[in-house]
Design a protein around this ligand. Structure first.
Ligand code: FMN
Length: 166
């Protein structure tokens, strides 16, 4: 298998791990901000409260997110796949965009998201073709009762048919 095919195969295998979907957002100087759809979001530590996500170095938005001192991260609800699609292709959040609100410390958070976290950057670790960002949770809200959006094998779904309690 050549390197490109191996990378496609690895991506497919990793895509069998079901995740939620989040929007990471950072404010812009003149109002509004920038967002990106992210499913590498993961919990890291409860004390101190840390979460993580990874930004691809190939992304046109790499510098915007890799250099930001703080970010908001919103776990999308089942009905918010349109937002996931939008921020996979376009990053701009216009000033006054009603789908976002400002949380603590100016964090841009998605209205109606299941859980939301306002974070300051705690560590940046170089990791191959990504940078792994660790954020310290300053404030959070949720979870709401809403179903969460899921991503599996390249397709969106929802948590509507979950069975069994862990
Ligand atoms: C469901 C989903 C999850 C994604 N997760 C990540 C992620 O964790 N990290 C990342 O850098 N890009 C992720 N992306 C890709 C970005 O949203 C975006 O498409 C990519 O950075 C290319 O954008 P560009 O136009 O800035 O180059 C994800 C896309 C989708 C649809």
């Amino acid at each position: 298998m050549n390197e490109i095919n191996a990378s496609i195969a690895l991506r497919r295998a990793l895509g069998a791990y079901a995740t939620g979907v989040t929007i990471v957002a950072v404010p812009a100087a003149g109002g509004g901000g920038f967002g990106i759809t992210v499913n590498s979001f993961h919990s890291v530590s409860l004390s101190p409260p840390l979460i993580g996500w990874c930004i691809g170095k190939d992304s046109l938005r790499f510098r915007t997110f890799a250099d930001a001192p703080a970010f908001g991260i919103s776990v999308l609800a089942g009905g918010q796949s349109d937002l996931a699609q939008r921020f996979a292709t376009d990053s701009e959040i216009t000033p006054g965009d009603a789908r976002f609100e400002h949380g603590a410390e100016g964090a841009l958070l998605v209205q109606g998201a299941v859980s939301r976290f306002a974070c300051s950057v705690w560590a940046r670790n170089d990791a191959g073709d990504h940078v792994a960002l660790i954020g310290e949770v300053k404030t959070f809200d949720g979870p709401s009762e809403a179903e969460a959006l899921t991503f599996l094998r390249g397709a969106y779904g929802t948590t509507g048919r979950l069975t069994g309690k862990a």
